[in-house]
Design a protein around this ligand. Sequence first.
Ligand SMILES: [Zn+2]
Length: 408
Amino acid sequence: MQDKELYQHLLGLKSPWFVSQVALDVDRQQIDVHVEHPPGTKFCCPECDAKLACYDHAPQRSWRHLDSCQFKTILHAAVPRVNCPQHGVKQADVSWAEKGSRFTILFERLAIDVLLATQTVTGAMQILRTNWDQTWNVIQRAVARGKLRKQAQPKPRIGIDEKAFAKGHNYITLLYDLDASTVEAIADGHDTESGIACLSQLSDEQIASVEAIAMDMCQAYVHAAQQTIPLAEAKIVHDRFHVMQLATKAVDQVRKGEHRQLQQADDHRLAKTKYVWLKSQENLTEKQQSQLDQAFTLQLETGKAWAYKEMLRDLWEHADASSAPTYFKDWYRRVIHTKLAPMKKVARTIKERLANVVSYCTHGITNAVAEGINSKIMAIKRRVGGYRNRENFKTAIFFHCGGLNLYP
Ligand SMILES: [Zn+2]
């Protein structure tokens, strides 16, 4: 009798439901709690809330509840059905679980907390003693619940970026809220259509509220923004880290070419220097700095390319959008007169998109926030050991990075 009252409290059961039986199964390490309602109790139609007599009961079913002293605790009940004149025979809602869930609300809340803390499905499965499908079901339901609740807030600063989903050329496009550091939308692929598919998930009001959008310099997302956001040209900001990445790649290409040439003359000065040229000056070790100094003294092409890359970095130090283009034009003039073909190519690319590179001075946004999310996604993916399919991967991103209210 006493444990019935205890479980009544532990389950938070409200009238008319009461605990009719508690059975302890030591062999199976399980506690079975049976709940019932008094005869003659009326229940509500889940569609219209009309209070109706109990028509019959659905077959007995069970819900996993929070463990009691490490014993799996299972709640059992036959859920009543009502015969609504308007909606027909319907199963009544129960207070301890959401419709369709195999878990009580309290267990589901715990499962969400464990999943957020472990960031891995397998880790959570061990703690919760659930299987893969059950655990995934918690994630899917949480994301669906969160998305349904999400209010359409204004999105003044957004970012759009691609992310490799698996090895090979399997990409998804992500749309970020740069202020909230959240993923707002995901679409398959990384072309113009993908960009449009992402941006179209924002409401008309949200699209109108966009003041700036960060992206790399690829045409796909430029076109997507132009076709979706009014006056996009004034709002696009090419991510400064992406631009610098292009310049860094150009330095590496110069190094490779030059290294090959030098080696033919049995000159190995550029051997094992790849990472020297990828860094910025303040991050170099003493040894790397001396390698760099040597390359300059010897007037290597790689050294020149590196210097131009570092000069380009100062472009973003120009506080206003009028002095930055002047700085760039000077840089461009110098680069274009060199023999550094890969760097010249980068210079031309930037020149073509200059307005949207220096618009950083006005809007001050980058996808660096998104980079934080990206590393989070990578970490989740690594620990889980890959997702079984693309849809699961997207769901996991929303679960961990969607800024959603996940709880039942
Ligand atoms: Zn009804």
